[in-house]
Design a protein around this ligand. Structure first.
Ligand code: F6R
Length: 378
């Protein structure tokens, strides 16, 4: 069932454009347009679960935690609601002080991760006997509508990515990101924190993503496979990004370490000078996400600091970015998109890089050592 692909992971990477299409078809109202002001463009069916929210807290592990960090960015920037993201394994033993009118979101593709389930149960139990403004309001973002998570929350966003077999999460991550874009837009529409015109532009941008990802897969995979051959002896990698792409640096590092067993770290680029820069020399490649937007110049200057320490610099950059060609040793070029949507584009070359480095080393990409697809023990 790998349909000619060498591993499930690469097959699932290629399924990502269709995962986005499925989400848009399921959750954008087909009759909506900018002029139709009375119709919510987003159709997640969440009804009054989203009314009068003062706070959002998101609980997750691993890659789902990375998706949650981007979710926080979107909910705060588009819908203006203060949002915290916690590791489920930490929250369950030290929940933060209880707040009013709080939406708690559990994010787990499998719906079975023990820590995430327990963290949500902790949250539910401590709120049950309290006054109305403290009542538990639980939303799940999951790829499994029949899971333990699904039965314990009030409602779910079913991410509909289809079964994921590779242990390293790829298409389920993209689907979780889609869930967060749609949720943030739903909240922004209800609270009128964005104009209809702004919502329209974002929805339009989402519709272009599948084709843009296909462009990366068509034009860049061979190049990334060749590049991967140059890291046969590399033992450490650093990934940096800022703003909405900081979590993508974390995700790039996690993908690489879990399937290639290469030590990798993700940092917000501005933090490098507070310690990690001491690690850099010619043996430690630095992958920087340097896409057009608010933090572009800042990332470039952080990248230059790394270059001054002899690091080999790999840039995830926009295809037409000439400036970048002078700074980076290697380019992972992607179509230019609005900064707000760029995480969905930026993660694709990083998935491919991790995949090809691991495949090149002859490793069991779909079943990496010591890992399980769903972590049902604490
Ligand atoms: C990384 C990966 C893990 C999972 C984590 C949470 O590629 O697969 O980090 O993201 O174990 O899993 P779920 O989303 O099932 O709760």
């Amino acid at each position: 069932e790998k349909h000619g692909f060498r591993h499930f992971m690469i097959k699932e990477i290629y399924e990502q454009p269709n995962v986005i299409r499925t989400c848009l078809e399921a959750y954008i109202n087909p009759t909506w347009n900018e002029q139709n002001t009375d119709l919510n463009p987003i159709n997640l069916g969440l009804f009054d679960l989203l009314d009068d929210i003062d706070h959002v807290q998101i609980l997750a592990c691993g890659t789902s935690w990375h998706a949650s960090l981007i979710g926080k960015y979107l909910i705060e920037q588009l819908a203006n609601i203060p949002t915290v993201v916690q590791y489920a394994s930490e929250f369950r033993y030290a929940p933060s002080p209880i707040t009013t009118n709080t939406l708690t979101i559990g994010v787990t593709q499998s719906g079975e991760t023990a820590d995430t389930i327990a963290a949500l149960e902790t949250e539910k139990q401590r709120r049950l006997a309290l006054p109305r403004e403290y009542r538990p309001r639980l939303l799940g973002i999951t790829n499994r509508p029949e899971s333990t998570l699904s039965y314990m929350v009030d409602q779910i966003i079913n991410t509909q990515a289809g079964i994921e077999i590779g242990v390293a999460a790829t298409k389920s991550f993209i689907a979780q990101l889609m869930g967060f874009y749609l949720l943030a837009l739903d909240l922004a529409y209800r609270r009128q924190t964005l104009s209809l015109e702004q919502i329209y532009r974002i929805v339009e941008g989402l519709h272009h993503l599948p084709r843009q990802i296909e462009t990366i897969l068509e034009k860049q995979e061979k190049h990334i496979e060749d590049l991967a051959h140059e890291f046969n002896d590399t033992q450490d990698f650093i990934f940096v990004g800022r703003g909405i792409n900081f979590p993508i640096a974390l995700e790039g590092a996690l993908k690489l370490k879990e399937i290639s067993y290469i030590h990798a770290e993700g940092y917000p680029a501005g933090e490098m000078k507070h310690g990690p820069i001491a690690l850099l020399d010619s043996k430690v490649p630095v992958v920087a996400i340097a896409l057009p937007g608010k933090v572009y110049d800042k990332v470039l200057s952080n990248a230059q600091e790394a270059k001054a320490r002899d690091a080999r610099l790999i840039g995830v950059v926009a295809m037409n970015d000439l400036e970048a060609t002078h700074i980076f040793n290697d380019l992972l070029s992607v179509p230019e998109v609005d900064e707000l949507l760029s995480p969905i584009i930026a993660v694709i070359p990083l998935q491919l890089l991790a995949y090809h480095i691991a495949a090149r080393r002859g490793l069991d990409v779909d079943q990496p050592r010591n890992l399980a697809k769903s972590v049902t023990v604490e």
